[in-house]
Design a protein around this ligand. Sequence first.
Ligand SMILES: NC(=O)c1ccc[n+]([C@@H]2O[C@H](COP(=O)([O-])OP(=O)(O)OC[C@H]3O[C@@H](n4cnc5c(N)ncnc54)[C@H](O)[C@@H]3O)[C@@H](O)[C@H]2O)c1
Length: 323
Amino acid sequence: MSKIKLPSTLEGKTILVAGAAGFVPGHLCEFYLGLGAKIIGLDNFITGSRSTVELLSKNKNFEFHECNIFERLPDFSKNKIDFIFSLASPASPIDFDQIPVEIMRVNSEGTLKLLEVARAKGARFLEASTSEVYGDPEIHPQVETYQGNVNPIGPRSCYDESKRFAEAMTMSFHRHYKVDTRIVRIFNTYGPRMRPNDGRVIPNFITQALKNQDITVYGDGQQTRSFCYVSDLVQAIHNVMFCDDPTPFNVGNPDEYTVKQAAETIIKYLGAKSKIAYRPIMQDDPRKRRPDLTKLQKISDYRPKVTFEEGIKRTAEHFKGLK
Ligand SMILES: NC(=O)c1ccc[n+]([C@@H]2O[C@H](COP(=O)([O-])OP(=O)(O)OC[C@H]3O[C@@H](n4cnc5c(N)ncnc54)[C@H](O)[C@@H]3O)[C@@H](O)[C@H]2O)c1
């Protein structure tokens, strides 16, 4: 596999970003606005934030449409679209519990609608899949060739299985209609502009540490996770969008922590007085998570740059600034 050549500018290019008001997509929009692209953002705010759209809208190259992508997309008949990022999906365990049907619909019907736009416009399409496609993995670290251990009817299945479906649909459009597609499998990512009450590990721990409350750890805390700071993730996604391989790539940070270590480290970095409070483990909680990044590193010189300490401090600063 040869190394990719990244564009120095995307001036004159139009990028459609589904989920633009969300955490990762908002950072991705900022990155591409910085490269001079025009962005068309779509979101229905089910988990996204209006303040992210207000921030992005300061740039004249950002255009926004409020819409539910699995119901109806705006009329793009007069638009040129060069790239499509399919990032619209709630992604937190709290969402799996509260809006499972919306999650299944956006990853299936929503992805289908976006792929149809890619086909009609001749645009390159990237699907934001997830490490959850590996379920509770039996091999470690996870390589892209591993086919996963997913419970199809468990409480996480609305997300895991609909993302697996989205990957299958993406590959079907690639094989059958020759659409130019990419797939990234995103591992745990954190950073500023996550919802403080998001329900995912890092925002939970930071929010509790900033209030000196007990840090809630589910199970014995020996399950592992690998946490990627959002700017490193955006760089990895960019690298995959500009490679020429349609098969899935793991993207994330390979540094692995037990959840207990992550809690202790956050308490230390933030100088909190919190203790750890253990609660019963959630069903189908994966025991181990670490991306094998060999494939990504064959096409690019990708190395995460932001340390866990720096990332936690930047995220905590953001949470402190919220009213
Ligand atoms: N953050 C992570 O650790 C992580 C890990 C794996 C995969 N991902 C994937 O990355 C993408 C972004 O995740 P995030 O963490 O930024 O989540 P997020 O919830 O902040 O962003 C998702 C955005 O999609 C929007 N959305 C959801 N359903 C929609 C619909 N039907 N129509 C229009 N907009 C809709 C939401 O309002 C939100 O703004 C998702 O596809 C997610 O599955 C994220």
